[in-house]
Design a protein around this ligand. Structure first.
Ligand code: B12
Ligand code: SF4
Length: 558
């Protein structure tokens, strides 16, 4: 009998903590709960009444409410994988994971109230692309988009009488082997005496390290994976945000929690560093314009408040490459324009959108105030090296044309390409100023398991502390030391978010851009502080590896 489900979005290192400062600043970062996991919670709620989600981005988890769940689903990106594993390990060991005072990352052992423990299932991008590692922390990993697989998984548990014997608190199974077999599932199992494992209807992905990814099974265990599952085409479910613990209160309290809606998944391009295509595939799967509009309407209602009025009224369409399917994108824009939703909207897209006057005119009519362009690099050699189909000239023309339509441009940048040399931070800062890019995300190149660049460069990673895979330098670049590259990131951010530029924005820009300039100047100051704090550790790596790091310099923490 499966009667209680809990979903947890593991927090990153900067997860929400109830501090005096956070009463006003909410973490110094934007940390919206995962739309994907809320969607899965909504779908699961149709099968099991007692279903609830926690997001450590906005609240602490009530562990006493979690330990007696039948199944706990945990969502992992790379930047929160470490915490996700910690929670999963604690739950499987019959313990309660909790924060110790002072934000210590340890897990406090506390006896669970029940003799059985929840079944622990991991999913999401990092768990999928890195499943040989993830299976060592879970009973199962559900691979890929969970919209369909989660239904089959819960139904399989409900249908199988043996499955009602949930795993024992000592980590063992009541019956031999794991009970559920559906496509798109991976798990770890003890090897049989001949060393091949006991499962007869699934492929063994490998022992001792498994297939792909990092970490993995020990010599006496085997990683199993069932047949691959096609990605779901029906992605219309509107997430019921009220199923997230404490979200309604937080969304209304903090202006930095934005309504967030996804209109499509996947991207047909082929950039080498992109984990999005590795996870969601190269076919763009879309939602209907009516559903997108209704989702936006519900998201706005959920975040809006009557008093005091919100300073930031903006909706984020989180697609990675919105305009790729032009006909569909136009139909979405027309539906939004006709809907009288009057909150400004921002969306991510490639530079080609900037050359499409008809689309830009429609975007303006639909109240888009900004396009986030995945610019990444500022030199043609880097575009070529990483198979990003564009040139610097393409990008600059696209930016100018978007701005000419009265829409602002945010730049998403990567530093640390093998073409980058000392001074690149200053040059990037100048590029941002010259092209009047009002806001930017600057991240160091990081190679995530499942991408071509990871396979080519994994021996150049400094460590696998996934907590730091959030924009920090984590690899040894070709033409600089790691610490030098981190300094270049700081230089670029300082130039893009100088006080002089803030003053200029406050005097000359439109309302929403003034609010963004203030918020983002604070955010980047916070980022630079954390980047500076990492410098001693990066310098220590340089001393440790007087030549380029070898494999032994990498110490997986798991
Ligand atoms: C919106 C967004 C954000 C939002 C909200 C993030 C969130 N909580 O989801 C905010 C602004 C907070 C954010 C911040 C960051 N982000 Co972000 N973000 C995105 C973006 C653009 C969309 C996320 C989304 O809604 N996807 C669509 C939904 C449907 O997918 P999903 O959430 O993955 O869920 C589906 C499946 O993965 C699966 N699934 C998910 N969880 C589970 C769990 C189980 C049990 C199962 C079975 C299945 C399952 O089923 C879901 C439904 O089908 C993605 C890119 C992308 N396309 O995913 C980047 C992305 C997730 N972000 C990324 C990064 C790097 C960051 C930052 C580190 C950036 C920075 N330098 O600050 C920060 C970290 C924030 C933090 N907490 O510290 C990377 C992560 C890379 C990685 N391998 O981990 C991505 C992939 C962008 C990229 N192109 O590289 N981000
Ligand atoms: S265009 Fe963006 S989403 Fe598409 S493959 Fe390149 S980086 Fe990934």
């Amino acid at each position: 009998m499966v009667s209680k489900l809990r979903f947890i979005e593991a927090g990153a290192a900067n997860r929400y903590r109830k501090t005096f400062k956070n009463r006003f600043l909410y973490n110094g970062n934007i940390c919206n709960p995962s739309t994907g996991l809320i969607t899965l919670t909504t779908i699961a709620r149709r099968l099991v009444d007692d279903t609830l989600m926690y997001s450590e981005s906005i609240s602490a988890v009530r562990w006493t409410d979690v330990v007696d769940a039948d199944v706990v689903f945990i969502s992992l990106n790379t930047f929160n994988a470490r915490r996700g594993y910690q929670i999963a390990d604690a739950l499987r060991a019959g313990q309660v994971a909790t924060d110790l005072a002072g934000g210590d990352r340890q897990v406090a052992a506390a006896e669970a109230a029940t003799s059985v423990r929840p079944l622990v299932v991991l999913g999401g991008m990092h768990a999928t692309l890195n499943y040989p590692e993830a299976v060592t922390h879970a009973d199962y990993v559900l691979l890929g988009d969970g919209d369909e697989s989660i239904v089959e998984f819960i139904e399989a548990l409900q249908a199988d009488a043996a499955a009602s014997q949930l795993p024992l608190a000592d980590g063992g199974w009541p019956a031999a082997g794991a009970p559920v077999r559906i496509p798109g599932l991976a798990w770890l199992q003890a090897a049989s005496s001949d060393g091949t494992g006991g499962a007869d209807d699934a492929g063994a992905a490998g022992g001792a390290g498994g297939a792909g990814g990092t970490g993995g099974a020990s010599p006496n265990t085997v990683v199993y994976q069932t047949a691959e599952r096609p990605q779901p085409l029906d992605i219309e479910t509107i997430p019921d945000r009220s199923l997230v613990y404490d979200y309604a209160r937080m969304a209304k309290k903090y202006d930095t929690l934005w309504p967030q809606v996804h209109a499509s998944r996947g991207c047909p391009s082929n950039c080498d560093y992109c984990c999005v295509i590795a996870h969601f595939g190269r076919r763009q799967r879309t939602r209907s314009p009516e559903v997108v509009v209704e989702d936006i309407r519900q998201a706005i209602a959920f975040h809006n408040r009557s008093w005091p009025p919100r300073l930031s009224r903006a909706v984020w369409l989180t697609d990675d490459n919105f305009a790729q399917d032009r006909e569909w994108a136009i139909s979405v824009l027309e539906a939004i324009a006709a809907s009288e939703l009057n909150w400004p909207i921002t969306v991510q897209a490639r530079w080609e959108l900037g050359m499409d006057d008809e689309m830009l005119t429609l975007m303006k009519q639909a109240n888009f105030f900004e396009v986030s362009l995945g610019i990444e690099f500022i030199d043609d050699a880097s575009f070529q090296r990483y198979h990003k189909r564009c040139t610097r000239e393409n990008i600059e023309r696209a930016i100018a044309n978007i701005q000419a339509h009265g829409i602002g441009v945010r730049g998403l940048f990567i530093l640390g390409s093998d073409e980058d040399r000392p001074g690149v931070g200053e040059r990037l800062g100048q590029f941002i100023l010259d092209n009047r890019i009002h806001g930017c995300l600057i991240q160091s190149m990081f190679f995530v398991p499942g991408t071509p660049v990871y396979e080519q460069n994994k021996e150049r990673l400094l460590h696998q502390d996934w907590d730091l895979y959030n924009g920090n330098v984590v690899h040894w670049p070709a033409n600089m030391t790691p610490a030098q590259l981190q300094q270049e990131m700081i230089a670029a951010s300082r130039k893009a978010y100088s006080l002089r530029r803030l003053g200029h924005s406050l005097l000359h820009s439109r309302g929403i851009f003034k609010a963004l300039a203030i918020g983002e100047t604070i955010w980047h100051a916070h980022l630079r502080k954390t980047w500076r704090q990492q410098l001693p550790a990066l310098q220590a790596y340089e001393i440790k590896c007087s030549i380029r790091p070898q494999a032994e310099a990498i110490s997986p923490g798991y």
